[in-house]
Design a protein. Sequence first.
Length: 355
Amino acid sequence: MLTRRLFLEMAGAAATLRASFAAVPDEGLRAIAARRGILYGCAAATYELKDSTFAAALAQEAAILSAEYEMKRAAIEPVRGSYDFSGGDGLLAFARAHGMSFRGHTLVWHHSNPPWLEDALQSADAEAFLTNYIAAVAGHYEGRVTSWDVVNEVLQPQDGRADGLRNSFWLKRFGPEYIDLAFHTARSAAPHAMLVYNDWGCELGAPDNDRFRAATLKFLDDALARGVPIHALGMQGHLSAFGTQVDQKKLSAFLEAVRRMGLKILVTEHDVDDSGGPLDVAVRDRAVADASRRFLDVMLDNPATIAVLTWGLSDRFIDPPGWRDRLAGRYPRMLPLDSDCARKPMWRAMAKAFA
Ligand code: G3I
């Protein structure tokens, strides 16, 4: 016979259990993801923080930030030898004020460099232009940047090299060794930061992506065998709602191979391009949400995945499309919040994936 006390105790326990499962109505993705031990956040730009509606949404949704452009070399060293950290420092201050981590993007890339750099690399002491920059920037943010995209997008199997490397001006000047040098220099300057190799191309299911995944595994395996201090793979996560889709089986097998190397995995720039779809916003939003959910379900199924960042948070700041699309009223809807910073089906799909 159930005593009254026991009945009340069981009722109380059931209510507590229900409350713990019931999502708090307005909690952000940062809280939902944190319950699964995942850091959710996004790239942000200085001009976006000036928008108070957006800044409030950012504080509620993100637990980690990366700089959209402020920590690229074009922004930090526009004039040779003089560093301007103001952009990155401003974003870092916002992150710290809102209890967010901060990740560095990116130390070495073939885009977004100051116009004087490629000429400077023709000089005899060219290596100094690589190592001094990394030491200065990683040193400036030491202890405040939790992970660095040390090199970004160095693979391009279509360039025809056996090692699958992109034939960039960095490779042409220094050979493949520039990658090892970059990681070792970053390690010395920022001994507490997680060092990440960041790229795009492993996400989808096409033959080109098979080739990219194979090249990535070979690149990582060989680098680790040489003792290069790579701690994690950054997968940018740029998807398409109406183009080539993720092959969940292929992606899952790839992630397991990366995990077995002892590497962590971060989704660093997730968004879902909705071009090529119908005008109907509801159809596009649903396709974007489904693509995001199919991708994140696989990414989050692997215990090596520690963070998911979207490349922006709101559609408000996405570059406007060409005039034809503008005339048709077709604006990109690639991110979790719409241009009014309201939550979209993609936000709900991500919340379900995290939960
Ligand atoms: O430099 C100006 C700055 O002085 C000005 O105050 C600011 C505000 O308008 O604009 C800055 O200009 C542009 C900046 O985007 C604005 O966000 C830069 O000229 C322009 O080069 C920069 O483009 C960025 C691009 O990387 C190159 O850095 C894009 O926003 C950014 O979305 C794109 O992101 C890349 C990732 O880093 C790597 N993966 C692919 C991804 C998408 O292309």
